[in-house]
Design a binder for this molecule. Structure first.
Ligand code: GUN
Length: 293
């Protein structure tokens, strides 16, 4: 029997835990945790993600501030905003939603964010601390996957994990977290990418397969072994005239095809994506409590 890893239910449970903590914080007469989000331009998926983040803050009782600026915003204007947030004691953590317009250097912006407020975990200081197993903010999506594995009590020690996709925000940190000492962790990790020769030979060995490629239904049934645990990180918009909004969301895994072979699988939507936002809340709470720095 294939078991569905229900990100929606898990996210709801974690939000309830956070909300409970916020109540205790408020009852003690303290201010609430406060997350700020900077959104530049009008990229449609980014707007949807940011809406979702703001709504999630509300649900758990955090304060949330959205700083929305037009696409023409210059790099130096954005650096000013970042500097203002770094120095604003009323903000515990903040994120600059990516992608940024082409005229802004994302790396320069990421480097300008104070590591102690970098609740996305994108700054090299946080990334380096993560790689060394030091206290840090973990990037939201890999953190969410780790929470999912931990709470579903899926063993990872000694397992063959294959991560497909080596992005800075998902594939690479995922491979580090799963190979590190800990639970989840202690896995033998293979990181595959667009230049990997004979990808299927690798993916068929996987006890746990993490798909973070960004291509709809890329992983097919012939690429996995019987009993595989499938973590689908993909959130792809696929044109679909039968839907009112004109598209549907599809993961990086051919869900229908792979389902029968999998022992556990995350759906899209309703899987990993739900936990990504919750991870951001968990990091914001850590920032508030000064647990990392
Ligand atoms: N764009 C896509 N995912 C993310 C994320 O986790 N954080 C930010 N800041 N931008 C994103």
């Amino acid at each position: 029997m294939t078991q569905i890893l229900d990100g929606r239910a898990l996210a709801k449970q974690i939000r309830a835990e956070i909300a409970e903590e916020v109540k205790v914080i408020e009852a003690a007469g303290n201010r609430k945790p406060h997350l700020a989000t900077v959104l530049i331009g009008d990229d449609a998926p980014s707007q949807a993600y940011v809406r979702n983040k703001m709504r999630s803050c509300e649900k758990v009782g955090f304060d949330a501030t959205l700083i929305k600026k037009p696409v023409e915003t210059t790099e130096s204007e954005l650096l000013e905003i970042v500097s203002g947030l770094n120095n604003n004691d009323a903000i515990d953590g903040f994120i600059v939603q990516l992608p940024l317009p082409n005229h802004i250097d994302e790396d320069r912006i990421t480097l300008a964010i104070a590591p102690e407020k970098d609740v996305d975990g994108f700054h090299p200081v946080n990334f380096g601390r993560m790689a060394q197993g030091l206290p840090c903010y973990k990037p939201a999506t890999p953190f969410g996957v780790m929470e999912m594995l931990r709470r579903y009590e899926i063993p990872t020690e000694g397992k063959e994990v294959v991560v497909v996709g080596r992005s800075n925000i998902v594939g690479t940190p995922m491979s580090l977290l799963l190979s590190r000492k800990g639970n989840p962790g202690n896995a033998t990790v293979t990181l595959c990418h667009s230049r990997t020769a004979d990808l299927t030979a690798h993916t068929r060995r996987a006890d746990i397969l993490v798909a973070a490629i960004g291509r709809p239904s890329f992983v097919t049934a012939d690429m996995v072994k019987e009993g595989v645990i499938v973590i689908d990180v993909g959130v792809n918009r696929v044109d679909d005239a039968s839907r009112e909004r004109g598209y549907r969301l599809e993961g990086d895994v051919d869900y229908q095809g792979v389902f029968e072979k999998a022992s556990y699988i995350t759906p899209v939507p309703g899987g990993v994506g739900q936990l990504t936002v919750v991870s951001l809340l968990l990091n914001t709470l850590k920032a508030y409590k000064k647990e990392v720095y």
